[in-house]
Design a binder for this molecule. Sequence first.
Ligand code: G3I
Length: 302
Amino acid sequence: ASTLGAAAAQSGRYFGAAISASHLGEQAYVNTWGAEFNSATPENEMKWDTVEPNQNQFNFAPADRIVSQARSRGMSVRGHTLVWYQQIPGWVSRLNGNDLRSAIANHINQVAGHWKGQIHSWDVVNEAFEENGTRRQWFVQQRLGDGYMEEAFRTARAADPNAKLCYNDYNTDGINAKSTGIYNMVRDFKSRGVPIDCVGFQSHLSQGANLSSYQANLQRFADLGVDVQITELDVGGSGSAQAATYRTVVQACMAVSRCTGITPWGVTDKYSWRSGDTPLLFDGNYNKKQAYTAVLDALNGG
Ligand code: G3I
């Protein structure tokens, strides 16, 4: 196949991009997204500070623009993200105890409920582990304890029963202390019937990254009975070294049957969050890079 989305679809996978509503007026941006990708993740528009800036006042419009454009093109949508320690409004951080617990539940109910039936996978909880594999000590963890996480997954399941529910994190690109902490949580959730369907591996990488246990790490999670997804892929650098790293990641996903899709964190280098770097598949003029060719080749089985 000659596009990323069509090539991924040959093996039943999706190939998406993080999309910003602020660029939807740019023809080349929208055309490249539509031509090459078959999935979207709103880059910022579903985050707590955007969708519920004040308690019980919801602002779904920016994300709705992405979701409706994606769905009208037959694309799937990843929901990002329901519970995260960043981009969280001040009013949440001033709550305690049952007020905090019910604010989180209400947030999940309203947000997942708004797009019920339209989201392929939700990042229910994002970045809740430290590098050493213990729980991140942010205010929700400190005030509610470990249980906030399984409560979030149970609430999300009830709010949108057909969405796959993911835990998502970064620096989990191999078998290491952090990925092992997450692995142990997923194993525990599966053994106790806590609803979790997938684990997202953000994969913000540099071109020299050591990926020697990348595939084995995906596989050990898949063997727990969850899907795995590459959710925020980008590779700092350029040229053939960058392309080689992209190829390694895509080949690893292709080799793991439960690796169901890949999402680079943007369309064009021009709008990458890694300003000053060129980590994506299309350059600032929407030309295909070497990395693009390597990814397409790998999706086609090369
Ligand atoms: O839109 C406002 C603009 O109105 C305002 O004037 C300007 C001033 O700071 O900020 C703009 O918002 C920025 C937003 O991106 C949109 O550009 C925020 O400040 C900025 O913090 C935000 O950064 C995002 C970051 O998450 C924090 O939410 C990045 O775009 C986004 O790529 C990044 O994505 C995260 C994933 O969600 C989770 N994993 C890591 C990944 C990279 O950090």
